[in-house]
Design a binder for this molecule. Structure first.
Ligand SMILES: [Zn+2]
Length: 426
C-alpha cells in the first residue's frame, strides 16, 4: 500500500517545474514553488494533518491525536518529531534532491497508520522553503531565518538575477515581508528532526547498502568575486591597452582547482556574470561565485584566503555570502537510528548500517546548529550524480528508504522506547 502511495505522489510531482533538459527549475517563491506548496498542503489535508506555516514560510503538518494541542504535548514533556525535506531545486536540478525526503515522510505517515501506530508524541512532516538558494543565493534560507542564523533584514534585501528582492518575491507570493523572522514558537515544538535525502555521491553503491545514517556535514561556504575592468571594442583595442576583467576571473577558476587539489578540498566556480556580456566587447566587470568545501575546516579557510589574496592583486572585491562550519549531527541520535535500522534489517549489529559524511549542506544541518537534535538518512544514488537531471535512485531503494524512516519514526515517537534513548544519551 505504502509503495503505491509513494509512487502516485512521485508521479504527481514529476511534471512540476520540469524543463527541456529533463531537469527541474523549482525556485523559491515562484509559480512552480506555489504549485509544489499547494500540492504539499493538499497531501497533508488528505491525511488530516494540521498544517501550519511559520514566519518564514516553511510548512509544518502535524499529526497529534493525543490530549490537547501540539503545544500542550510539548509543554507536558512530549517534544515533537519532525521528518521531511524541501521541494525546491537548483537550476536544472534532479527529481530526488529534496522531494524524496518530503514524499518519503508523507508515505511514512501512511505506513504508520496502516500499521495501527499512534505516535506518543506529535509528529510533523515539514517542507522547508528555499533550501537550495538557487534564486537569492543563500542556501537553506528557510531554516536559517527560522533559527536566527540569517537575519530578516539581510534576507529581505537579497536580490535574484532579475533584481527582484526577497521582500518583493514574498509579497508577490502573497506573504507579508514584515512577518519574516526567527520563529521560536515553531522551533520549540521540534524535539528531533530526521531528514531523509538522496545520497549526493556514490559511497552506498560501493558499500552495497541502500540506506546510510549521516555523521556530519563538511564546512562549506560561498564567496562572490567581483573583477572590474573597462569595456572596449574587441577588434580595435590593443592588447596592452586593455583592462580585461575576465583575466582575473580566469585566474580564480584555475586557481580554485589547483589550490583545492593541494588542500584536499573541493572548490567550484559554477556561476558567472559578465558585463557587458557581448562577444565583441572587452568585459568591464566579471562576477564569479566560488563554492568551497572540505572535510577540514582550516584547509577550506586557507583555500579561500589564498584565492582572495590572488584576486586582491588584480584589485578584485571579495564578499563572503555564506559560511557554515563543520556540522556534527547528534551522535546519540545517530547511534540510536543505526540500532533501529540494524534491527529492522534483521541484523543484530548496528555497524552493518553505514555512516557517511557529506559535502552538501542541508536544513538538518541548520537545525542541528540551532541545537535541535537532528539526523539524516541517505538513500543510495547509483550514479552518485546530484544537482543534475541524471540524479537518480532506484524505486526499490526509495521504498527501502521509506521503510527505514518508518522504523526510525516508530522508535522516536514511542515513549516505550525511552530506555534505549537513555542508554544512548549516557
Ligand atoms: Zn537537498
Amino acid at each position: 500500500m505504502s509503495s503505491a502511495a509513494f509512487d502516485s505522489m512521485w508521479s504527481a510531482l514529476e511534471q512540476v517545474g520540469r524543463v527541456g533538459s529533463g531537469g527541474y527549475r523549482r525556485f523559491a517563491w515562484t509559480p512552480e514553488d506555489r504549485t509544489l506548496r499547494e500540492w504539499f498542503a493538499a497531501e497533508c489535508a488528505r491525511r488530516g494533518l494540521d498544517l501550519t506555516v511559520d514566519r518564514v514560510g516553511n510548512q509544518w503538518a502535524w499529526w497529534w491525536d493525543g490530549p490537547g494541542t501540539v503545544d500542550d504535548a510539548v509543554a507536558a514533556g512530549r517534544p515533537g518529531v519532525a521528518i521531511g525535506s524541501h521541494l525546491d531545486s537548483v537550476p536544472d536540478g534532479g527529481a530526488f534532491d529534496g522531494p524524496l525526503g518530503v514524499v518519503s515522510a508523507l508515505a511514512t505517515v501512511d505506513r504508520l497508520r496502516e500499521a495501527g501506530v499512534r505516535p506518543d508524541v506529535p509528529l510533523a512532516v515539514v517542507n522547508f522553503v528555499d533550501e537550495e538558494g538557487a534564486r537569492f543565493g543563500v542556501a537553506c534560507a528557510g531554516s536559517r531565518v527560522l533559527t536566527g542564523q540569517l537575519t530578516p533584514e539581510r534576507a529581505l534585501a537579497l536580490r535574484d538575477a532579475d533584481g527582484t528582492t526577497y521582500a518583493e518575491a514574498l509579497r508577490a507570493a502573497g506573504r507579508d515581508p514584515a512577518e519574516l523572522g526567527p520563529d521560536d514558537e515553531t522551533l520549540r515544538r521540534v524535539g528531533t528532526f530526521v531528514e531523509l535525502h538522496v545520497e549526493q555521491g556514490r559511497a552506498l553503491v560501493d558499500l552495497g547498502a541502500p540506506v546510510a545514517v549521516a555523521s556530519d556535514i563538511w564546512p562549506h561556504g560561498r564567496w562572490r568575486f567581483d573583477f572590474s575592468g573597462e569595456a572596449n571594442h574587441a577588434g580595435t583595442t590593443r592588447l596592452e591597452d586593455r583592462r580585461d576583467a575576465m583575466l582575473g576571473y580566469a585566474d580564480l577558476v584555475l586557481g580554485a582547482r589547483h589550490v583545492a587539489t593541494q588542500r584536499g578540498c573541493v572548490a567550484t566556480v559554477g556561476k558567472v556574470a559578465v558585463t557587458p556580456g557581448a562577444v565583441n566587447a572587452v568585459p568591464s566587470r566579471v562576477t564569479g561565485w566560488l563554492d568551497a568545501r572540505g572535510p577540514q575546516e582550516d584547509q577550506v579557510r586557507a583555500l579561500v584566503d589564498e584565492l582572495t589574496g590572488r584576486a586582491g592583486e588584480t584589485g578584485a572585491q571579495v564578499v563572503r555570502e555564506s559560511w557554515t562550519p563543520t556540522t556534527r549531527f547528534d551522535a546519540a541520535l545517530g547511534d540510536r537510528l543505526r540500532q533501529v535500522l540494524a534491527r529492522a534489517g534483521g541484523a543484530a549489529e548496528p555497524l552493518s548500517v553505514p555512516v557517511l559524511g557529506t559535502g552538501a549542506g542541508h536544513d538538518a544541518g541548520i537545525l542541528a546548529t540551532a541545537g535541535v537534535p537532528s539526523a539524516m538518512l541517505f538513500v543510495r544514488n547509483p550514479t552518485g550524480v546530484s544537482h543534475s537531471p541524471a540524479e537518480h535512485a532506484e524505486r526499490a531503494d526509495c521504498h527501502a528508504g521509506v521503510e527505514a524512516l518508518v522504523a526510525c519514526v516508530r522508535d522516536l515517537t514511542s515513549l516505550r522506547a525511552a530506555p534505549a534513548a537513555d542508554g544512548a544519551d549516557a
